[in-house]
Design a binder for this molecule. Structure first.
Ligand SMILES: Cc1cc2nc3c(=O)[nH]c(=O)nc-3n(C[C@H](O)[C@H](O)[C@H](O)COP(=O)(O)O)c2cc1C
Length: 157
């Protein structure tokens, strides 16, 4: 199966998980980049994200891929206001994942996954969505083992 790992990360935690997944499963890895990056200030990013999520805004992306090449797509996002980050919503709206396998992974700051998986299911109505990996921050040294156990359970490793 041809695998893609696509993720957005503002402060690096989701990127760390993406890189661990990539080390194990190989395939291609891509960072989902909005055309206009979010501010480096946390509070400005909080405000911008709140507004965008409230309005259902999906920012244009700099990232382009040939989705047809992949059968299995890992999709990673930080928890932003209980939802997936808007660039990830843009990615899933722009690229058709129908009939493909989608594997979510998310990083949060204490709230857990909240509505993130619901968001992904709504944006990928015709995909097979596997059990997600959810982590607080990027959760220390043990995270590599946790990712590996999760992939074994999914029989992807
Ligand atoms: C705009 C914004 C909104 C956030 N909202 C939440 C939230 O609702 N619940 C939560 O648990 N963490 C929230 N966080 C914390 C992030 O989910 C957490 O720090 C995550 O590990 C960041 O991943 P990243 O380093 O890949 O960006 C928020 C962070 C930002 C920047």
């Amino acid at each position: 199966m041809d695998k893609l790992i696509a993720y957005y990360s503002w402060s690096g935690n989701t990127r760390r998980i993406a890189e661990i997944i990539h080390k194990i499963v190989r395939g291609d890895i891509i960072e989902i980049e909005p055309e206009i990056p979010y501010p480096t200030s946390y509070s400005l990013t909080l405000d911008k994200a709140k507004k965008e999520i409230g309005e259902g805004y999906k920012p244009p992306l700099r990232t382009t891929i040939e989705i047809e090449r992949y059968d299995l797509i890992f999709v990673g996002s930080p928890n932003w206001w209980g939802r997936i980050a808007p660039p990830v919503a843009s990615f899933l709206s722009r690229y058709d994942t129908s009939e493909k396998i989608v594997v979510p992974f998310c990083s949060h700051g204490g709230g857990g996954k909240q509505r993130m998986i619901e968001n992904i299911k709504t944006l990928c109505p015709n995909s097979k969505i596997l059990q997600e990996f959810v982590v607080y921050g990027s959760n220390g040294d043990d995270v590599e083992n946790k990712v590996s156990e999760w992939l074994k359970k999914l029989k992807i490793e």
